[in-house]
Design a protein around this ligand. Structure first.
Ligand code: PLP
Length: 381
């Protein structure tokens, strides 16, 4: 385990580690298979689904960044989550945050339910609601904090203790925060999940997913599942993710700085009713977010006064793109009710407050004056 600062680690993953060449930029090894020196011998690489030098180098770096024993990278965040859930079997029960990515909800409620794995969604910002949902069949708690899209903050320390007490796995999707801002293993997480498509990749040009296991045993189990099911991150994309990580610390600083400015500006706009950003002192999770993370991230949501204002805002955007996804250098705005969370049944969505007045903004790293100018011309209707 290295003692270097995280920002230094992100830059140096794989640097000079290719023993054949000493390359500063770790090479892409596209080979699907590898020559055996002799019967019963291996170079350490046999077949790329099972192991690839570029992917392995990336995974070792990600494990260090999160502080886990082992990381595995996948073709997308959903591929990572699917593989993780194959750890469970028919009859098992999972508790998940109700303020969760819609694709995770879809996987649990429309795919894994058919395999006999059931899920209950609770407000994980209320630790007592989690305790109350635990049954003898419960095997895991999956938390996203901040929540998606309403940015609720769940108490990782309290939830970690509940999981430990009930001997259930504590799974934390750290996509919104990245290992630079929040370290779930410090609060007892067993597995940390990322959609690497978001901040880790950071340029809206790559789909990827990550699982990091706290223990070597869990890492081995997840590796077995990945090798058995095959949703690996290809070598070219592994290299691109390695390359992207080098600027993660710079990007995160700017995302956080810009998001706070934008949240404060939105708060005073007459067409905006509520701004959901944990960095605002008015956010109910502000103190907790400050305690368990080093900054508040680049994601925020806001509610406008009516549906037409929301639709017109999306139509009028010029710099910011009306597009799904988040975490890239370019600012993106989404309408969660019909995009990212469209598969959550309408009554449940409305109960959570995900209606067509709610807009989600992934604040990019452009000059914040330009982002605010675009919001101003789009919202001044
Ligand atoms: N987890 C979170 C928090 C997400 O926002 C997303 C996608 O938006 C995913 C997981 C799924 O990742 P991917 O889109 O890379 O499959």
């Amino acid at each position: 385990m290295t003692t270097q600062q995280l920002s230094t680690q992100t830059i140096h993953i794989g640097v000079g580690k290719d023993s054949a060449t000493g390359a500063i930029s770790y090479p892409i090894y596209p080979s699907a298979t590898y020559r055996h020196p002799a019967v019963g011998q291996s170079t350490g690489f046999d077949y790329t689904r099972s192991g690839n030098p570029t992917r392995n180098t990336l995974e070792a770096g990600l494990a260090n960044l999160e502080g886990g024993a082992r990381a595995l990278t996948f073709a997308s965040g959903m591929a990572a989550l699917t593989t993780l859930f194959l750890h469970f079997k028919s009859g098992d029960h999972v508790i998940a945050s109700q303020d969760i990515y819609g694709g995770t909800y879809r996987l649990l409620s429309m795919v894994l339910n058919n395999l006999g794995i059931s899920a209950t969604y609770v407000d994980t910002t209320d630790a007592s609601a989690v305790s109350a949902a635990i049954t003898p069949a419960t095997r895991a708690l999956l938390v996203e904090t901040p929540g998606n899209p309403l940015m609720g903050i769940s108490d990782l320390e309290a939830l970690g203790k509940i999981c430990q007490q009930h001997q259930i796995l504590f799974l934390v999707d750290n996509t919104f925060m990245t290992p630079l801002l929040q370290k779930p293993f410090a609060f007892g997480a067993d597995v940390v999940i990322h959609s690497g498509t978001k901040y880790l990749g950071g340029h809206n040009d790559l789909c990827s997913g990550v699982l990091v296991a706290r223990t070597a045993e869990m890492g081995e189990r997840l590796y077995f599942l990945q090798n058995s099911t095959g949703a690996i991150l290809p070598p070219q994309d592994s290299w691109l993710l390695l390359r992207s990580l080098k600027t993660l610390h710079l990007r995160m600083e700017r995302h956080c700085h810009n998001a706070l400015q934008v949240a404060q500006w939105l708060q005073q706009h007459p067409n905006v009713q509520t701004v959901y950003y944990p960095g605002l002192a008015s956010h109910p999770g502000h103190t907790l977010a400050r305690r368990q993370a080093s900054d508040f991230g680049g994601m925020l949501s806001f509610r406008v006064k009516d549906k037409n204002i929301a639709h017109n805002t999306l139509a009028r955007l010029q710099l910011i793109s009306f597009a799904e996804s988040l975490g890239g250098v370019e600012s993106l705005m989404t309408l969660p009710a019909i995009q990212t969370h469209g598969d959550i049944p309408e009554p449940e969505r409305l109960r959570l407050g995900i209606d067509e007045c709610l807009l989600r903004l992934s604040v990019g790293v452009e000059d914040v004056r330009d982002i605010i100018a675009d919001l101003k011309q789009a919202l001044n209707q």
